[in-house]
Design a protein around this ligand. Structure first.
Ligand code: NAP
Length: 209
């Protein structure tokens, strides 16, 4: 597949992606957020799962000024949402950038939402097919931001070419909180650690194939 996949996420020192339940948690710091927005700006598309839409209601747009860039074309926003649970008023559906929602074959359509249908295999999209479809939209560089189930599948299907993981100094200590992976995961099976760097009060780990 001709789509390069870059996973970017922020985790607590105990490996959590966010608070359990409805608690929102800011894990990244200001310095790291600038990097995230620069990375978004260099991406053709930014992908999350519907769990993240429901938990955080992200805009998935580029904050050009924060990135220190002149405004350019916004990247495509992509949501993995087999049953179309994205609320009609979700910010990811605002007009700020184009959005595609990937749904299963049986999901009902809805006005104002651009849907792409991919059959589900044991409740999962075949990510190779998904990437093919995105490549038809001209996507060459895809940024995957999470959350847990989305990252789990991208690693399980070995579709990650690069990962940047920001590690914050906080231990969350919530056993119910979502993690980097649902099960065990050994990044060495997929990627090599290339750099580790201090970013403000946290650390950034950079992995590539
Ligand atoms: N710290 C960070 O960098 C970061 C970034 C993003 C999100 N988060 C956090 O992550 C948490 C959400 O995690 P999550 O696991 O609930 O959310 P998620 O990965 O965003 O969404 C999971 C849902 O998306 C659908 N999905 C994802 N991948 C799929 C695939 N390959 N095939 C079919 N469907 C797929 C499924 O929907 P159905 O359930 O409808 O089948 C799945 O349950 C939140 O706490 C959020 O704050 C943190």
């Amino acid at each position: 597949v001709g789509v390069r996949v870059h996973v970017n996420c922020a985790i607590t020192l105990d490996g959590c992606l966010g608070g359990g339940g409805r608690t929102q948690l800011r894990i990244s710091n200001a310095e790291d957020l600038r990097r995230v927005h620069r990375l978004r700006a260099r991406s053709d598309a930014i992908l999350v799962g519907v769990g993240t839409v429901l938990a955080d209601d992200p805009k998935l747009t580029v904050k050009w000024a924060m990135a220190g860039l002149r405004p350019g074309l916004p990247p495509l926003r992509v949501v993995l949402d087999p049953r179309l649970r994205t609320p009609p008023n979700a910010l990811v559906l605002n007009g700020a950038a184009p959005t595609i929602v990937f749904v299963g074959a049986k999901a009902r359509g809805r006005a104002g939402v651009r849907l792409e249908r991919i059959p589900l295999r044991r409740r999962h999209f075949d990510l190779a097919r998904l990437l093919d479809r995105l490549s038809d939209y001209g996507v060459r560089r895809l940024m995957v931001e999470g959350g847990q189930r989305t990252l789990t599948r991208f690693f399980a299907e070995d579709r990650v070419d690069e990962a940047t993981i920001f590690v914050s100094p906080r231990v969350l200590g919530d056993p119910t909180a979502p993690r980097l992976s649902q099960g065990s995961l050994d990044l060495r099976r997929h990627l090599r650690l290339r750099r580790a760097q201090r970013v403000g009060d946290g650390a950034l780990l950079m992995w590539t194939r």
